[in-house]
Design a protein around this ligand. Structure first.
Ligand code: ATP
Ligand code: MG
Ligand code: MG
Ligand code: MG
Length: 347
């Protein structure tokens, strides 16, 4: 008998469409002969209002690639499709808040069904850039200087807020990057080059998250490494992202042709070795499981490598960095899925 895989996709985040595209690629990867013999995929869809839909609706979404139209705030009382009860391994491919951050992982843990990817702790620590960077610091991983700021400090009285900005300016300088702590796909991230831009960026980020992080800006090449495993994970070859923009923002990420992936990255061997070691350290530092993509800054002038972040549920479309890095490392897309299921069962 085949193992029943619950492919959980969609979700109430800004990365809904990316999730649909990832889920389509994964469903296709499970349909190749060697996987079809072992696995039965039952897709489950979470719409943008947060409602769960069963196989029939989910298959329609996978077919069309389009989200189910919903009216805002039409969430019904929690209702899980009947098929949920039959699932033997869940494969959540939800990006961003309410999916990559430990919330869904908490639900699946409570259901006592194994699932692909990091658990509650790894997902939550990996999602929150402040907690993540603190964990990296404890692991001795080099990174840019950063300061955590709370929404209450940003929306504080006109005599407190300037002091917050004074400190950021003095300790981090310009340009600096202002980010909501718990998002992805560069949503809400600004590069501030002066005081006015810093103030605006803080306001914007604080509107999206109670926790905000401000980082010193570096001029560097952007390289990424894929990690696969549980307690003894492996690191893939290193890939580079190149683009023609001020930074790797949302538009650059999701507009066809604006960014290119170079696999493997054209960097010295000892640098890619350092990156692979750092990627594994980062994976273990946040207690990730299964899979993660770790993003770095490489400064060729000094040979420095700084860790930027970890993504515990990285983009998983056929063109995404994570599967492409494994493909270049000798593990094709269908085999990667098979390995992830085995890792989930032996977690
Ligand atoms: P992802 O989609 O990878 O999850 P994210 O929303 O978590 O992205 P980051 O990776 O932290 O965001 O930052 C997005 C981009 O902003 C980076 O790829 C880089 O181009 C730029 N960036 C972020 N922080 C810095 C920094 N400290 N110095 C220079 N550039 C930065
Ligand atoms: Mg990220
Ligand atoms: Mg992300
Ligand atoms: Mg990133």
């Amino acid at each position: 008998t085949k193992l029943k895989i619950g492919l959980l996709f969609g979700g109430k985040s800004g990365e809904h469409q990316v999730s649909i595209t990832s889920a389509r690629a994964i469903a296709l990867g499970f349909s190749v002969e060697e996987n079809r013999e072992k696995y039965e995929v039952i897709p489950l869809y979470i719409d943008q209002a947060g409602n769960w839909w069963g196989k029939e609706v989910a298959e329609g979404i996978l077919k069309s690639g389009e989200p189910k139209p919903v009216e805002k705030d039409t969430k019904k009382n929690w209702h899980f499709p009947e098929e949920c009860g039959e699932i033997e391994v869940f494969f959540p491919i939800l990006h961003g808040p309410n999916g990559e951050d430990g919330t869904v992982q908490g639900l699946l843990t409570l259901m006592e069904v194994p699932f692909v990817g990091a658990g509650v702790l790894g997902s939550a620590v990996g999602m929150d850039k402040i907690a993540m960077k603190n964990a990296f610091a404890c692991a001795g991983l080099p990174q840019v200087k950063y300061i955590a700021v709370n929404r209450s400090e940003i929306f504080s009285s006109p005599c407190v807020f300037p002091k917050v900005c004074d400190r950021l300016e003095a300790e981090l300088g310009y340009p600096c990057f202002v980010k909501p702590a718990n998002l992805g796909s560069s949503v809400g991230i600004s590069k501030a080059k002066n005081r006015a831009e810093l103030e605006k960026a803080l306001d914007e980020a604080a509107n999206l998250d109670r926790r905000v992080i401000v980082e010193a800006g570096v001029k560097a090449r952007e390289v990424e490494c894929a990690v696969l495993g549980n307690d003894n994970p492996s690191a893939s070859v290193v890939g580079e992202i190149t683009y023609n923009a001020d930074f790797y923002d949302y538009t650059t990420k999701y507009t066809d042709g604006l960014a290119s992936l170079i696999i493997p990255a054209d960097i010295p061997n000892n640098i890619s070795e350092t990156i692979r070691e750092m990627a594994i350290k980062a994976f273990l530092a946040v207690d990730s499981r299964g899979l993660s993509r770790v993003d770095f800054f490489y400064i060729p002038e000094t040979g420095e490598v700084l860790i930027n972040e970890i993504n515990t549920l990285p983009g998983f479309t056929a063109l995404s960095m994570y599967p492409k890095l494994w493909e270049a490392s000798g593990i094709g897309f269908p085999q990667l899925l098979d390995k992830l299921i085995t890792l989930a069962q032996n977690n």
